[in-house]
Write a protein of this length. Structure first.
Length: 500
């Protein structure tokens, strides 16, 4: 094949229009969850400067029949609505817009229903369009809706929304994903009222907390009953009162060659937190660890390591969450899924993250610190109580064990031994073998002449135990902890030399 030329000339062209039926079915198979689909429509509402968005579920005693998404944004005139409903047309988006691909309204809607109607009001004029899967299969026939009947939708009661001038109403009919039998309807409604406030409150928490937009959901029973609105709260996944580890959060800088810089803010939640913003609705909290990507203040991805770590749900790293705001300059480098629920980083993202440092703290040090915080706070995973043991007088060992809360000998004993160490060390802590080594060179300074024994220097050993007990609990030390031991040794050996 050496020197082969694979270029072949064109002799003519033919038009291959998309098959309407196959395309319509493909649209239904794009995997949106209900909250992802609604979030895509809320994006459009926020881009339209809406201050209020309402999601209303119309139900009977037997089923959910329709869903309406209503906002008080600037609305669309007929030409804009025509383009918004057209497939394959790139809508004009500002860099600050939440909209990305220009197809979210259709793809999100058809993931949940077989008919979507859009009614928009601008300057008092109402226009309506409807897509159905049936009409779509009839060579892409979009329905133009009666203006007078469309206008009546804006006269209905929509809670505290005012729909006088510029507003939009989207209606889903012939629901697929929300179909449920009469016996499962209450269960489905409970699931919706439990999940939607969490997922929407999480995705849009910055907009809600700033007062830019208010989101609500309600259920309107067509067979009678009150409409009770549920206000979506702002759920900030970093809203702890105090960090789980001193020194955090830390800021890591990542530079993508030829593309720009990215800041990663690494947080560690406190262990055993009962905070709703940590649990995020309960369930498998461990799956909420990892990267939280934002684009234009809208959360895109809430958790997951994007291949940087092997597991997205390793329990011991559950407290680690990293905040990343993607600048517009990196839009091309970080792809978004159609559902705008996950980020696809560039191929070199993993190596760049693993090589990142915040001062002298590496990314692996951050993970180790989060694991340490989890283990120190977990009754299931915390090591046994540790107590000073061999190397101290036995009566003192017993008294200290009692003070430290060791019961019935159920404790790890830390031994103390004198050993040849480098002159810049007073001690060396070996948590794997439960031993603290002291430097023989400094024994004559610390111990009275002629009183050398295995249990000498009890005060020094007790002080070292208190200094090192936290680190002795760990299976491995981080770089940060090693640097702390070096500093402690430097201070202590300097003081000892001054005693000579």
């Amino acid at each position: 094949m050496e020197g082969a030329n694979l270029a072949v000339r064109t002799v003519k062209t033919e038009r291959l229009a998309p098959d309407p039926k196959g395309t319509a079915q493909a649209l239904q198979r794009i995997g949106y969850s209900l909250d992802e689909a609604l979030a895509d429509l809320v994006d459009n509402s926020i881009d339209a400067s809406a201050s209020n968005v309402l999601v209303r579920f119309f139900r009977t005693n037997n089923r959910i029949s329709q869903v309406a998404i209503v906002d008080d944004g600037k609305g669309m005139d007929e030409a804009t609505l025509h383009r918004a409903m057209q497939y394959g047309v790139q809508m004009q988006h500002d860099l600050s817009d939440l909209g990305k691909y220009g197809i979210g309204l259709k793809t999100a809607s058809f993931s949940q229903c077989q008919s979507v109607s859009v009614f928009s009001k601008q300057d008092g004029i109402v226009n309506g369009r409807r897509w159905t899967l049936t009409r779509m299969q009839e060579d892409w026939r979009c329905e133009i809706l009666d203006q007078n009947q469309s206008a009546r939708l804006f006269e209905m009661g929509w809670g505290d929304l005012s729909l006088i001038q510029h507003r939009t109403v989207i209606v889903w009919d012939e629901l697929d994903a929300l179909s449920a039998g009469v016996n499962d309807l209450d269960k489905l409604i409970r699931k919706i009222t439990r999940r939607l406030p969490v997922e929407l409150g999480l995705r849009f928490h910055r907009f809600i907390s700033s007062g830019q937009v208010s989101l609500k959901i309600d259920f309107c029973n067509l067979d009678g009953g009150d409409v009770v609105p549920v206000t979506i709260p702002a759920i900030d996944p970093f809203a702890y009162e105090k960090s789980g580890q001193s020194g955090y959060p830390l800021s890591y800088k990542v530079t993508l060659p030829g593309r720009g810089a990215l800041e990663m803010i690494a947080h560690i939640w406190p262990a055993k937190s009962e905070n709703f913003e940590y649990k995020l609705g309960g369930g498998r909290v461990a799956e909420r660890q990892g990267f939280y990507f934002y684009r234009n203040n809208r959360m895109i991805q809430g958790g997951g390591w994007n291949g940087v770590r092997e597991s997205d749900s390793e329990p011991h790293s559950s407290l680690a969450r990293i905040q990343i705001d993607l600048p517009a300059s990196l839009d091309a480098a970080f792809g978004l899924t159609i559902q705008k629920s996950k980020v696809v980083p560039p191929p070199d993202f993993k190596s760049l993250v693993l090589g990142a440092k915040a001062g002298n703290t590496s990314f692996e040090d951050y993970i180790a610190a989060s694991v340490e915080t989890y283990r120190d706070g977990s009754t299931d995973d915390s090591p046994q109580t540790i107590v000073p043991g061999w190397g101290l007088p036995i009566p003192l060992q017993r008294k200290l064990a009692q003070i430290l809360g060791a019961k019935n000998g159920d404790a790890r004993e830390i031994k103390f031994e004198w050993k040849d160490l480098s002159s810049d060390q007073l001690f060396d802590a070996d948590g794997t073998n439960d031993v603290v080594y002291l430097n023989l060179e400094y024994r004559p300074v610390l111990v009275e002449k002629g009183s050398h024994s295995s249990s000498d220097a009890p005060l020094v050993k007790a002080l070292l135990f208190l200094l090192l007990s936290r680190d002795l609990r760990k299976e491995r030390r981080s770089q940060k902890q090693d640097e702390w031991h070096v500093l402690c040794n430097k201070v202590l050996t300097t003081a000892i030399r001054a005693m000579r």
